[in-house]
Design a protein around this ligand. Structure first.
Ligand SMILES: NC(=O)c1ccc[n+]([C@@H]2O[C@H](COP(=O)([O-])OP(=O)(O)OC[C@H]3O[C@@H](n4cnc5c(N)ncnc54)[C@H](O)[C@@H]3O)[C@@H](O)[C@H]2O)c1
Length: 303
């Protein structure tokens, strides 16, 4: 039996299906005791988190389930308490739950914005904040937050989702900085995986769509879990404040914003808008980033 996470307690949010389910199952296989969280129910009204927890237990692992809505602080606290009551500690938090509410920007409603931010960003704050005192007390812990290239690079019709997923990058970095002194780590992962979330969002009408689908189908959700496990494990103890990506058999490390050009153009009177227009914009023009989408940057097919 592999045992990278032996004796560790790991919470995985949104783990009733998709990437989260695969992470929960893989962590359990690696010896972790897993809290499987998901608020959704199946067509028979059964909590999908419990179905996953049950299948882990049947396979010989240890798991309990939670139907808490991570978007609500009280429920995030309850989720963490489930781990504490069951096993007395929390070693890993995987902030995987996420939702899409896509709409072209000029038609996006306030409700679509609010709900997306509530789950994709505030929900991750809620769970991270709820586990933080326990990890501080233990002097150890690892958080992994699922971000997206829709935020890191860009995509059409996802202003709410992109803002939340980029917000997560700031949240993760801040947690990594603030909690380093307690040996608590925090990293982001941008996955690419064929899950209901993706399948529901991508059109399948034209020949071009069909060609795209052939590639998407290669991106199995279980290919994301090993990276998450490695980040939570003690062998990942030196890794914090990073942004990774995973797609099929590929793993990426993303850049983080740093100044790439400077211009000193002011005099004692200061700097003028005219000087910026006349001198700085032309100086920087060659380094401006094109308005690319995720698929423009990830322009090669995974193997
Ligand atoms: N699949 C991809 O290619 C892809 C790409 C980029 C980012 N992501 C991110 O990875 C994560 C997993 O994606 P997925 O494709 O497996 O998604 P998915 O939709 O298949 O699964 C997400 C799960 O989260 C649950 N959930 C939603 N809101 C919740 C809440 N408030 N509380 C508890 N559970 C909640 C849902 O019920 C669902 O089961 C998400 O954060 C997503 O944004 C996925």
């Amino acid at each position: 039996m592999p045992d990278l996470l032996k004796d560790k307690v790991v919470i995985v949010t949104g783990a009733g299906r998709g990437v989260g389910q695969c992470i929960a199952e893989y962590c359990a296989l690696q010896g972790a005791k897993v809290v499987v969280n998901d608020l959704a129910k199946d067509d028979n009204g059964v909590a999908i988190a419990e179905l996953v927890a049950e299948s882990i237990r049947k396979a010989g692992g240890e798991a309990v389930s939670s139907t808490d809505n991570i978007g609500l602080m009280a429920e995030a606290v309850n989720l963490v308490n489930i781990a504490i009551e069951a096993w007395g500690r929390v070693d890993g938090l995987v902030n995987n739950a996420g939702i899409l509410r896509d709409r072209i920007f000029h038609k996006m409603s306030e409700d679509e914005w609010d709900l997306s931010i509530q789950v994709n960003l505030k929900g991750c704050f809620n769970t991270a904040r709820a586990v933080a005192p326990f990890m501080k007390e233990q002097g150890s812990g690892a958080m992994v937050h699922m971000t997206s290239t829709s935020g890191l690079v860009g995509n059409f019709g996802q202003a709410n989702y992109a803002a939340g997923k980029m917000g997560l990058v700031g949240l993760s970095k801040s947690v990594a900085l603030d909690m380093q002194r307690f040996s608590v780590r925090s990293n982001c992962v941008a996955p690419f995986a064929m899950t209901p979330m993706v399948m529901n969002g991508i059109p399948r009408e034209t020949e071009e769509d069909e060609a795209r689908w052939k590639v998407i189908e290669r991106m199995e959700p279980n290919k994301i879990a090993p990276l998450i496990c490695a980040l939570i494990s003690d062998e990942g103890a030196h890794v914090s404040g990073q942004i990774f990506g995973a797609r099929a058999n590929e793993v990426y490390l993303f850049s983080q914003p740093r100044p790439i050009r400077t211009a000193h153009i002011g005099d004692e009177a200061g700097i003028s808008a005219e000087a910026i227009i006349d001198r700085v914009f032309p100086m920087f023009k060659g380094d401006f980033y094109p308005l690319e989408r995720s698929m423009d940057v990830f322009s090669w097919d995974p193997v």
